[in-house]
Design a protein around this ligand. Structure first.
Ligand code: FE2
Length: 348
């Protein structure tokens, strides 16, 4: 078995491949690592056939859909998931066949209703059902402490004690543990009975993960995150450096249109000299009047350089083939000590 653990902060994802047939699966991919999974698979001569999420993640952004699209792979989740982008729904006892490898599905609800573990050879991928010295929380949507107790004590912890445990999260840099080690020392498993476990899970008083609404929104719908929208826009437009723009302004370049896409108040207070105001929210409405010549060289700017990237991408989509975005924003321009102009509120 070819095996790779990929750490992204506290998230862990896994590349598992069959040496004989070169078929591979990625388990719990994270959105910032798509190129890494593809590169690791290519390095080992593997073809990614399946992209598997052990459950609907509330705390990070799944890369299952973009990775599967790029690899030509099938997205796999438990049948309880409501994510419409899943192509193969599996149930307890099913196997995902990976060449000579067999990934055995264990439905382990509790952290979420659609949680599952995957066992292959000497190891089990536990998602957030069982962590090293912990368990997944049960207070997020579709979580159920009683169900988690049943999944752990009725199923997962009954695996051979030597089975190696690879969780979807690990915050202390440990690579794996075993079922026996967890049974012996995991504080959450040292409970007298189901009721004690439910009471323990209910007393944890955990903070909500950051990005929970966006993570659930995108993971459940297959929609895009804001970061994805920005990354896609950034990949489709060229950028202009602040130094280059400053130099063009100082030499009195009139060919270049500097388009400030912030709101009027911000533009009035301070803007790059010569910048024209066209707020992002009005871009499509006013573009035909404001920019009648689609061959003009346009550089968009905003406060932080993100909305201007989206604006430049929109302009390019509309046929402004020389639209570029400023590499930076008015804040960075100001921080660099570059010249700024202001206007009285009455001016356009
Ligand atoms: Fe989770």
């Amino acid at each position: 078995m070819i095996f790779e653990q990929i750490a992204t902060g506290g998230c862990r994802s896994y590349l598992v491949g069959c040496e004989e047939t070169c078929a591979a699966a990625v388990i719990d991919p994270e959105v910032s690592q798509v190129d890494r999974y593809l590169a690791l698979a290519a390095r080992d001569g593997l073809r990614i056939r399946y992209v598997i999420d052990t459950h609907t993640h509330a705390d990070h952004f799944s890369a299952s859909r973009p990775l599967a699209r790029q690899a030509g792979a099938t997205v796999v989740m438990h049948r309880e998931t409501t994510a419409p982008t899943v192509e193969m729904r599996v149930d307890d006892g099913d196997m995902v066949v990976l060449g000579k490898l067999r990934l055995q599905v264990l439905h382990t609800p509790g952290h979420t209703r659609d949680s599952m573990c995957l066992q292959v050879e000497d190891r089990v991928f536990t998602g957030d059902a069982l962590l090293i010295g912990g368990t997944g929380r049960t207070d997020l949507p579709s979580g159920d402490a009683g169900a988690l107790y049943d999944s752990l004590f009725g199923k997962l912890l009954r695996l051979d004690g030597a089975t190696r445990v690879f969780p979807a999260h690990e915050y202390k840099g440990r690579e794996h543990t075993t079922i026996a080690q967890e049974l012996a020392s995991n504080p959450r498993l040292q409970v007298a009975d189901r009721a004690a476990f439910i009471s323990l899970m209910g007393s944890l008083n955990l903070q909500m993960p950051t990005h929970i609404t966006e993570a659930l929104r995108t993971n459940l719908s297959g929609g895009k995150t804001v970061a994805q929208m920005l990354a896609e826009a950034a990949a489709s437009v060229p950028f202009m450096s602040m130094a280059h723009l400053r130099e063009r302004i100082e030499r009195g370049d009139t060919e270049l249109v500097v388009l400030d896409v912030r709101e009027r108040d911000a533009w009035t207070a301070a803007h790059i000299p010569g910048a024209r105001l066209l707020p992002r929210g009005q871009l499509e409405l006013r573009v035909n009047d404001e920019l009648p010549d689609p061959t003009r060289h346009i550089v968009t700017c905003c406060e932080f350089g993100r909305i201007s990237t989206l604006a430049a991408a929109t302009l390019r989509e509309m046929g402004f083939q020389r639209a570029v975005a400023l590499d930076g924003g008015v804040k960075a321009w100001r921080d660099a000590g570059y010249p700024l102009a202001s206007a009285s509120p009455q001016q356009p």
